[in-house]
Design a protein around this ligand. Structure first.
Ligand code: KG4
Ligand code: ZN
Length: 334
C-alpha cells in the first residue's frame, strides 16, 4: 500500500510517499523559516498562504522522485492537528481532494503520534514497549508506548514546552527564531558549567520550564545593567549553561520514567530531539547503563511528512478511515 503523507501544521510543508512493503519511497520538505524570520515567530496567515503555494508542486516532486503516478497512491494521510488552523485546513483540503479524486481513503493523523513514530523510521527501530520523550515547540511529554496506538501519558510539562524554552531564551538573547538550533550550535562552543540555574521542583514525572525562563531573564538583566556587552561577550557560555539546565530537567525525568516503568528502551522525538547535547547525554547514559536509546535520523526530528505517512500507513493497516467532513483540530490533547 502506497500512502501519500502531508504535514502542514506549522511552518514546514512536508510531503512523503511511504510504502507498507518497501518503506519510505520519497519525501520533500520546504521550510518557511525565511518567511517568518523578520517577525521573530510564525505568522499564521503567511504560513497558510505559503502552504497553498508549495503543497501541490511538492506532491508532483515526490511522485516523480519515486517514479510513480498519482494513480499509484492507495491512501492519503495528513496532519489534522494540533497546529495552526489555517495551515491544517490547507493540508486537510488538499489531502481529501486528492483522495476523493482518486477514490481512495484519507485519514487525519495526530501530529504528536507522527513524532512518536519517527524513531521507527530509523534503521534500528525500537521494539515495544518503549518510553518516549516527545520534545517539540509545543509539547514536552513522557509517553509509554506498549504497541502502535496503545500509549500512556506518564508526565508532561505543566507550562512551557522544552522547545519553547529554547526559543524564548534565544529571543531574550537577541538571537533569531527558531532559537533551538542556534543555541545548540553556540552551546557546542561554550562551557555548560559557566552559569548555574536552579532546577524547578515538580513532583512525579511532570516538568516545568517557565521558571527557568524567568530566572534567565533576571540573570541577563542584572548582567547587562552592569556590562551592556555581557551577552555578546559570553554568548556561548550562556547558551551552553541554558542548554545544560534544560537538559538536566529532561534527563532527570527520563531517568525517573525508566525507574518507574522498568522499561529500558528510551526513544526521543520532536524538534528538540535534534539537539546534539541531548543526543550525546542519552548516548552516554546508554553506555553507562543498560538503556537502549533510539534517536530518529536528524531529518525526522523536526516536522516532516515521512512520520505522518508512516503513522498513517499503520493506521490504515489497522482499518482506520477518515471522513471527508472531518474537521482539523488545532488544540488536540495527546
Ligand atoms: O517538532 P518541531 O519541528 O515543531 C513542533 O511540532 O513544535 O519542533 C520545533 C522546536 C522549536 O522550538 C525549535 O527551537 C526546537 O524544536 N529545535 C531545537 C533544535 N532543533 C529544533 N531545540 C534545541 N536544539 C535543536 N537542535
Ligand atoms: Zn512537530
Amino acid at each position: 500500500m502506497v500512502v501519500l503523507g502531508l504535514e502542514t501544521s506549522c511552518d514546514e510543508t512536508g510531503v512523503a510517499l511511504y510504502d507498507t512493503q518497501r518503506g519510505l519511497l520519497s519525501e520533500a520538505l520546504y521550510s518557511q523559516v525565511a518567511v517568518h524570520a523578520e517577525y521573530g515567530g510564525v505568522v499564521p496567515e503567511l504560513a497558510s498562504r505559503d502552504h497553498i503555494r508549495k503543497t501541490l508542486p511538492l506532491i508532483d516532486r515526490v511522485l516523480s522522485d519515486a517514479c510513480l503516478d498519482k494513480t499509484d497512491i492507495d491512501a492519503v494521510a495528513y496532519t489534522s492537528g494540533p497546529g495552526l488552523l489555517g495551515a491544517l485546513i490547507v493540508g486537510a483540503t488538499v489531502a481529501r481532494s486528492i483522495a476523493a479524486g482518486l477514490g481512495v481513503p484519507s485519514l487525519g493523523v495526530h501530529h504528536m503520534e507522527g513524532h512518536l513514530m519517527a524513531p521507527l523510521l530509523s534503521d534500528e527501530p525500537p521494539g515495544y514497549p518503549f518510553v518516549a520523550l516527545l520534545v517539540s515547540g509545543g509539547h514536552t511529554q513522557l509517553i509509554r508506548a506498549d504497541a502502535f496506538g496503545d500509549y500512556r501519558l506518564l508526565g508532561e510539562s505543566v507550562d512551557d514546552a522544552a522547545g519553547e524554552a529554547f526559543d524564548k531564551v534565544a529571543k531574550l538573547m537577541g538571537l533569531p527564531y527558531p532559537g533551538g538550533p542556534v543555541l545548540d550550535r553556540m552551546a557546542a562552543e561554550g562551557d555548560g558549567s559557566a552559569f548555574a540555574f536552579t532546577k524547578p521542583n515538580v513532583p512525579g514525572l511532570d516538568m516545568s520550564f517557565s521558571g527557568l525562563k524567568t530566572q534567565i531573564w533576571q540573570f541577563l538583566q542584572q548582567h547587562v545593567q552592569r556590562d551592556p556587552a555581557f551577552i555578546e561577550a559570553r554568548k556561548n557560555d550562556i547558551a551552553a549553561s541554558v542548554q545544560c539546565a534544560i537538559l538536566d530537567i529532561l534527563m532527570d525525568k527520563v531517568e525517573a520514567a525508566v525507574e518507574q516503568t522498568g522499561i529500558l528502551r528510551v526513544a526521543i522525538a520532536g524538534g528538540v530531539s535534534a539537539n546534539r547535547g541531548l543526543r550525546a547525554r542519552l548516548r552516554a547514559k546508554e553506555e553507562a547503563s543498560g538503556w537502549e536509546v533510539f534517536v530518529p535520523p536528524m531529518a525526522y526530528c523536526t516536522d516532516n511528512a515521512a512520520m505522518i505517512a508512516m503513522a498513517g500507513s499503520l493506521m490504515f493497516e489497522a482499518g482506520a478511515r477518515g471522513r471527508l467532513d472531518d474537521e482539523p483540530v488545532p488544540r488536540w490533547a495527546f
